[in-house]
Design a protein around this ligand. Structure first.
Ligand SMILES: C[S@@+](CC[C@H](N)C(=O)[O-])C[C@H]1O[C@@H](n2cnc3c(N)ncnc32)[C@H](O)[C@@H]1O
Length: 207
């Protein structure tokens, strides 16, 4: 067994895997809900190989793309290294190396269920937002598929919406909305014996 994390191991194939897990609609809805504006500054936390970052750059924003996996960030740099406006940051989501009140938007797509302490990770994303800034989290609804812990380094089997609501409110956010994104995340266990579909939620709020 390799001691590299799941994401260090799959970095080069992540974009193909991602296409099987969920579609570009997730990104379109996240950016729409945030109401992103050209020229503003956004953070993509747990950015991976840049799924959300790519959409933000196309719309003319400056992006801090943060991830704890060097391999995921290196894969993103191979794709987008020629583009201006991306600040690649290797770092830990529960202790962000980003100044307080410095971004207009914070995004986290399919990141939160991998962190040890989601409420702390949310508080960190809120900390880096400017007053009036928008947080948008797209992640999994609560589910029962244990194999995702061992096969894909998931720490949380999705989230109860009530918990997200409480963590958002506790972090001082207002205008909290948690809705169904109207798309499922699809995956299959290594043995091929479990083929699953988990509904995706979209949680947004203003600082
Ligand atoms: C499922 S991938 C999603 C990547 C990207 N957001 C996307 O939608 O394709 C989760 C990412 O979160 C990163 N990650 C997990 N836990 C983290 C943490 N505590 N701090 C920073 N990044 C983390 C992983 O390295 C991985 O790149």
């Amino acid at each position: 067994m390799s001691d590299k994390s799941y994401f260090d191991r799959v970095a080069e194939e992540w974009d193909q895997l991602r296409e099987r897990f969920f579609s570009d609609t997730v990104r379109e809805k996240a950016l729409a809900v945030a109401g992103v504006q050209r020229g503003k500054r956004a953070a993509d936390i747990g950015a991976g190989t840049g799924f959300i970052t790519e959409g933000l750059i196309r719309l003319g924003l400056q992006v801090i793309a943060l991830d704890e996996s060097r391999a995921m960030l290196e894969t993103m740099k191979k794709k987008f290294g020629h583009l201006k406006g991306i600040d690649y940051q290797l770092g830990e989501g529960e202790n962000l190396p980003i100044p307080t009140g410095s971004v207009d938007y914070a995004f986290a797509n399919m990141y939160l269920h991998h962190v040890e302490n989601p409420s702390k990770a949310i508080r960190e994303m809120v900390r880096i937002l400017k007053p009036g800034g928008r947080l948008v989290i797209t992640d999994l609804d609560e589910h029962r598929y244990e194999f995702l812990r061992t096969e894909q380094d998931d720490r949380w089997l999705g989230f109860k919406r009530d918990n997200l609501q409480r963590w958002f409110a506790g972090a001082g956010l207002r205008e909290i909305r948690i809705d169904c994104l109207e798309e499922d995340c699809c995956a299959q266990s290594k043995c091929g014996c479990e083929r699953i579909e988990i509904s995706i939620l979209i949680a947004s709020a203003t600082k």
